[in-house]
Design a protein around this ligand. Structure first.
Ligand code: SF4
Length: 289
């Protein structure tokens, strides 16, 4: 069995930056209550590392960032790499919380683009419902319209001076499909897809895989970009794609009879978890010889 370690994989620069900001906050404010508004990045191992540093995480995927904020009574609140809407920042400060902003600069750039455009027109935002990054962007203005499907695009009405943009972690294939549907309805719309470079090159590397029987994506079940990598693998013709959190979830049945297995990871997955999966695959290949 041949094992391909797809590159690039592992932390993107936005995740590295968010973790650095969280560590520094804990070091500079010993003994103060510090709370993360949601998972710092979508990986429970990183969240657990933050908890060891004394940073509590409030997370409930059924609640908005604003609702989660109401669970933080005092101290420092860290805004995650996914960003948050202006309302959330304002409310946190109004309640006397100290805000530390770990929003990824790529997300912030999308926010600035959207803030600028809603002064004169509407924004169609291609993204995922109930994802914190989408929530933060939609919260900028009622003129931002979140769509995940072609059907939702067909239902939009009464828009003018349209900008189409997207969540940074969307699939490049989904984005193409949604963009095409938008441009069929509004051919004059301005287009500025904002899939970040880190996500784009990881997805393109999976699309380029040849003659691969199985794709293993190491990532957290909450991680949108990890799910996207598995879906892109299937779209690229790889017969089987699995999202696993760690080496313990690798099952022999996933790789049975496979000649070529590729491994990649989400942008919020610690490298040691991916390496442990690669090591286990090598051990399986060795045993099978
Ligand atoms: S995936 Fe992209 S947008 Fe998200 S944190 Fe990483 S670099 Fe930033």
């Amino acid at each position: 069995m041949e094992i391909i370690s797809v590159t690039p994989r592992g932390y993107c620069q936005g995740v590295v930056r968010a973790i650095r900001i969280a560590r520094r906050t804990a070091e500079e404010h010993p003994g103060q209550p510090i709370t993360m508004l949601g998972m710092i990045v979508h990986n429970r191992y990183v969240v657990e590392e933050c908890e060891r540093l004394g940073i509590r995480c409030v997370e409930d995927s059924r609640l908005t960032r604003r609702e989660l904020l109401s669970r933080i009574p005092e101290g420092i609140v860290i805004i995650t790499a996914h960003g948050a809407s202006d309302d959330v920042f304002a409310e946190a400060r109004a309640r006397g919380l100290t805000v530390v902003d770990a929003t990824c600069p790529d997300v912030e750039r999308t926010h600035e683009l959207v803030r600028e455009h809603v002064r004169t027109g509407d924004v169609i935002y291609l993204g995922k419902h109930r994802h914190p990054e989408a929530e933060g962007t939609v919260g900028i203005s009622p003129r931002v319209h979140l769509v995940s499907t072609v059907e939702e695009i067909q239902k939009l009405n009464g828009l003018s001076d349209i900008l189409i943009t997207s969540q940074t972690t969307l699939s490049i294939l989904d984005t193409e499909k949604l963009l095409k549907a938008c441009l069929e309805r509004w051919p004059d719309a301005v287009v500025s897809p904002e899939i970040c470079n880190a996500i784009r090159i990881r997805q393109e590397a999976v699309l380029k895989l040849k003659d691969t029987d199985v794709l293993i994506v190491v990532g957290d079940p909450h991680s949108n970009n990890s799910h996207q990598l598995a879906e892109i693998g299937l779209s690229a013709g790889i017969p089987h794609a699995y999202l696993i959190e760690n080496a313990d979830q690798l099952e022999e049945s996933m790789i049975r009879n496979a000649s070529r297995v590729a491994v990649t990871s989400g942008s919020s997955t610690p490298n040691e978890l991916t390496q442990a999966v690669i090591d286990r695959l090598h051990a399986c290949a060795h045993t099978a010889q």
